[in-house]
Design a protein around this ligand. Structure first.
Ligand SMILES: Nc1ncnc2c1ncn2[C@@H]1O[C@H](COP(=O)(O)OP(=O)(O)O)[C@@H](O)[C@H]1O
Ligand SMILES: [Mg+2]
Length: 244
């Protein structure tokens, strides 16, 4: 998945060409399409490994938009996102960062785990989240008006961060929030089968085990078993059975 690489692309390199498998839980596809149509930024709220990233990949494919993903972390500066001047053959040239590239090409720009981002990055995205839909390249002195198809999407895990790391109300209120959670029993079993090719009986046992572990979490275990973890467990079981 492209992230903090220098980008000069018309969108082709970021297009998802084959349909990602995504099993919806409720009306999240319709809600996302409505937000996209209304040019409203979207926040995907939910625990890790419950299908947020897969959903964005699916929606990018469905809407035919390129997808630029930015994995947020505390060493990621605003300049990494908007771009910088670099030296090229004794010349100073401007290089768009992933956000600037996404804004110009009309991509879906997905900020994964926004709470991990530095404060200066949230300042940069604010003017993109209201009716201005602009990005200011401070060092270049340029204001980019977002391409009509540009959409900002962030993911946020509410149970994860400390109060110190929570996102500000003023940021949160700018997004249409879609709530995610682990899929229901039937859906999760189907997902594990489809993702790994494991038999229905083993998939069903894994899902039951996963739900029990999630239940313990509510009684003090810090991390529950995510759908991702169950998919990994199924892959491991399959590989092990194949070897022995
Ligand atoms: N609704 C779903 N449809 C298809 N696969 C899913 C779904 N939910 C979870 N998965 C599986 O779980 C894995 C982890 O999901 P991911 O989207 O990476 O989680 P998140 O971004 O919420 O941490 C995916 O790679 C996929 O195998
Ligand atoms: Mg993710």
């Amino acid at each position: 998945m492209p992230s903090q690489e220098p980008i000069e692309d018309s969108g082709g390199g970021f297009l998802i060409t084959s349909e990602p498998f995504y099993l919806p839980s409720a009306n999240e596809i319709d809600l996302f399409e409505a937000a996209y149509g209304a040019k409203l930024p979207v926040m995907l709220k939910g625990p890790t490994g419950c299908g947020k990233t897969r959903f964005v990949q699916y929606m990018a494919y469905r809407l035919g938009r390129p997808l630029v993903t930015v994995a947020c972390h505390e060493d990621l500066f605003a300049s990494d996102l908007v771009g910088r001047y670099i030296l090229q053959n004794d010349e100073t040239v401007w290089r768009d960062g992933p956000l600037a590239a996404a804004v110009r090409m009309g991509a879906i720009c997905y900020f994964d785990e926004i709470v991990e981002a530095r404060k200066d990055t949230t300042v940069v995205i604010h003017p993109l989240t209201d009716d201005r839909r602009t990005l200011y390249l401070e060092r270049k002195g340029e204001v980019i008006n977002a391409h009509p198809d540009f959409l900002l999407v962030i993911s946020y895990n509410p149970g994860y961060q400390s109060v110190l790391k929570d996102i500000k109300q003023s940021t949160r209120q700018r997004f249409v929030a879609l709530e995610f959670d682990y899929p229901g029993i039937e859906n999760e079993t189907a997902i594990i089968q489809k993702e790994t090719g494991i038999d229905a009986d083993t998939a069903s046992k894994l899902v039951k085990l996963g739900r029990k572990i999630r239940n313990i979490r509510e009684h003090g275990l810090t991390e529950g078993a995510s759908t991702r973890l169950l998919v990994y467990a199924a892959r491991l079981i399959k590989a092990f059975c194949f070897c022995s």
